[in-house]
Design a protein around this ligand. Structure first.
Ligand code: TYD
Ligand code: MG
Length: 427
């Protein structure tokens, strides 16, 4: 256990009564006498952020933004602040110098008269500045660099992070000012830092993606003011983050000729339908132990699918190296991608290309059965919108939608073997 010694400073002077005098502070009320007011939301011009937050920034909300170092948190939130014309925004940087932030802002090519920068790590100084400036939005980059005088331990320690966040929580609630706290997490996401804050904040956004690829997802892990099924998608460019309003178009590689080993999955990320290309490569194993390599897909899931193909379909992957890759560096957890993975594997195994106008949505069970997936209508509609001619779905999904309402051909299948016969044994 970490020992915490509170310094002999009077906490009373950190109140925000004079800052927002009209606001009542701790008093029992009768809930039925309280009128429901519509949440006042600050709608930014970043549609992806608005969506992730459930329709804009809620007044007085405390939002934690977690992500691995280098993923683009500072870039995104500097950009969001710079684009918020007319909202007095304070960006507190404890990591970078004024010059560094300025250089980044130049790169983003955005100017904003209402944007203020403070490079400081001591919360006492920060709150003095806040009292002077009275910002309407505060961005803290990052929570790990801050230091409170009330706690005698080094920045980044659990008690410092918790105390600093608590000070911002008090500020946010008592002044109705929204605050974004940026926090680093390590690869496994388990680090003490942001995790310990999850219960204190209203919303947790996770910024994720593969650093070697351009796509980033702003995923809502917790939201007191909206759905956690929402997410925002960005593309990292040389001039900042570009919100991606139609993800499907970029996640399918446009190519001239048909190559084997590729299949398109109609997946859902959060509530958003998204068509994604799955690539598989099956080759004769050179070494004694066959390799299984995945990128963006679960390795154990691949092993399971290979076992199903072996047992239920009689395909011998035992002496083959198998590689599976999801386009765009995205990590897909939606099980409906199984069917596309199986088809990509079979396509590479047989060296028979699949038509580019066909896509897939189905989970594969241990008995080789193609299982129904949720929100099938949304997936079909997205496939149709993008000009696909055919979508392969589970026959158990048939009840879930009205076939007549779609123009796209819908092909229901029940078993892995049946998929093979109908797609790869066309004579
Ligand atoms: P950064 O926002 O510093 O990440 P974080 O705050 O999450 O640690 O992003 C770092 C990377 O982003 C860095 O490798 C440079 C790159 N970058 C761009 O690709 N385009 C840009 O416009 C900017 C400002 C940065
Ligand atoms: Mg940063």
């Amino acid at each position: 256990m970490e020992e915490v010694i509170a310094k002999g400073v009077d906490k009373a002077d950190t109140g925000w009564k004079e800052y927002a005098p009209e606001k009542r502070i701790t008093k029992t009320i009768n809930l039925s006498q309280l009128n429901t007011t519509k949440e006042d939301r600050l709608v930014t011009n970043d549609a992806e952020l608005n969506r992730a937050l459930g329709g804009g920034i809620v007044g007085g909300s405390l939002v934690l933004v977690a992500g691995e170092p280098g993923i683009g948190k500072s870039t995104l939130f500097l950009q969001i602040g710079l684009h918020l014309q007319g909202t007095r925004t304070l960006y507190i940087s404890g990591e970078e110098s004024e010059q560094q932030v300025k250089m980044r802002a130049d790169r983003l090519k955005a100017v904003n008269e209402d944007f203020y920068l403070l490079t400081e790590t001591a919360t006492t100084t920060i709150f003095q500045e806040i009292k002077k400036l009275r910002p309407e939005l505060v961005i803290v980059d990052s929570i790990q660099t801050l230091q409170s005088n009330f706690i005698e331990s080094s920045p980044g320690s659990v008690s410092q992070i918790r105390e600093c966040a608590a000070e911002f929580q008090r500020f946010a609630k008592e002044t109705n000012t929204p605050v974004f706290l940026i926090g680093h997490i390590t690869k496994d996401g388990s680090i003490a830092g942001p995790k310990i804050l999850e219960h204190m904040v209203d919303t947790v956004l996770q910024f994720e993606g593969d650093r070697h690829y351009a796509y980033r997802i702003l995923r809502t892990l917790k939201n007191r003011f909206g759905s956690t099924a929402e997410l925002g998608i960005y593309e990292m460019t040389g001039e900042g983050m570009r919100p991606v309003s139609n993800p499907s178009e970029i996640l399918i590689t446009q190519k001239e000729d048909q190559l084997s080993g590729s299949a398109i999955a109609a997946t859902l990320e959060g509530l958003r339908p998204m068509l994604i290309e799955v690539q598989a490569l099956v080759t004769q194993s050179v070494y004694g132990t066959p390799q299984r390599t995945v990128s963006g897909f679960d390795l154990r899931r691949l092993q399971l699918l290979l076992a199903v193909l072996e047992k239920r379909g009689g395909f011998h992957f035992g002496m083959k190296d198998v590689f599976v890759n999801i386009a765009g560096g995205l990590k897909i957890e939606d099980p409906s991608i199984d069917l596309a993975v199986i088809c990509a594997l079979l396509s590479s195994f047989e060296d028979i290309p699949l038509s580019q106008h066909i896509c897939f949505a189905g989970e594969v069970g241990l008995n080789g059965e193609i299982r129904a997936v949720n929100r099938i209508e949304q997936r079909i509609a997205e496939a149709e919108k993008l000009g696909f001619e055919k979508i392969v779905v589970s026959k158990y999904n048939k009840k879930g939608f009205n076939k007549q309402s779609f123009n796209i051909e819908i092909m229901p299948v029940g078993q892995v073997q049946e998929v093979y016969e109908r797609l790869f044994q066309v004579v």
